[in-house]
Design a protein around this ligand. Sequence first.
Ligand code: SAH
Length: 346
Amino acid sequence: METKKKDIRALTKEQLREFFVQQGDKAFRGNQVYEWLWSKSAHHFDDMTNISKQTRDMLDANFVINHIEVDAMQKSSDGTIKNAVRLHDGLIVESVLIPAKNRTTACVSSQVGCSLDCKFCATARLKRMRNLNPDEIYDQVVAIDQESRLYHDRPLSNIVFMGMGEPLMNYNNVLKAIDKITSPEGLGMSPKRIVVSTSGVPKMIKKMADEEVKFKLAVSLHSAIDEVRTSIMPFNATFPLSDLRESLQYWYAKTKNRITYEYVVWKGINDKRKDVDALVEFCKFAPSKVNLIEYNPIDDGEFQQANNEALDMYVNVLEKNNITVTVRRSRGKDIDAACGQLANKS
Ligand code: SAH
């Protein structure tokens, strides 16, 4: 049922303290409830055991806790877990737990669907329905942390914003969520273990740089030649490489944080020497490294992973130019949990 009650987690700690003072209670009660809502991740007011029944009922009459529900959980043969997450209004997003030898990474969504139109990405086929709220992003991380403890005997160690959506098109909420994730009153995680991945929205990259954020930046580059990039990522026509380049130089000047370029090599699209040469030039603009990621087919065969010779050429040329390059294998492909495969299929 649609409810008119306000989502209590939209309030800041200060607003919650004020609310209690207005109710004739102590401001400190706001701190207690805030702790339940965030670091203890309570789903119901009745979970708040050090709060009187009367106060819990009063909260229930005024607010809701719009908590996410993990609707379905799928486990891959390689240990990857994909959560279908139901939001309070019934919409679904996906998040993924990726286990590795010494770490567990959460891949979280920032929007329902996506506002961009990358031709190779399954999420792009869902139109953008809405932005996620900070608490909906935070809750995905909490759910993965719990699964990591349960199935892999260790807490979550890293977070990547590489699920559904373009994080910089939901900038304020993503930054608020990261504040909560890194705050001691939330999960207390280090921002250095968080990567925000963007297709490259120059204005927002500059804004982030101005705010001197401490998390890492990854850019889905895929081509350093405008015509090629526009043909596979049409929004590049609006935000061309020259603007992206300028914003990345600004980012590095302000944050001193090197940039990761994510890059898929496709047969017949960007597998030629001129493509590598353009990438090498682009990498010289600001300290950076390249992750060559495996293509995860999404259907009709329009895009195909380039052959090994092309990949070897990329690695050789980049290394000769002293650019760090890593070849990344995808995880969770058997459950459609790999990069670009998140499309609420099951
Ligand atoms: N919108 C953000 C984050 C989501 S995509 C961004 O563009 O960075 C996360 C990464 O997966 C991006 O690098 C994206 O280009 C890549 N990706 C998308 N579809 C893919 C596919 N089918 N196979 C491999 N990688 C893909």
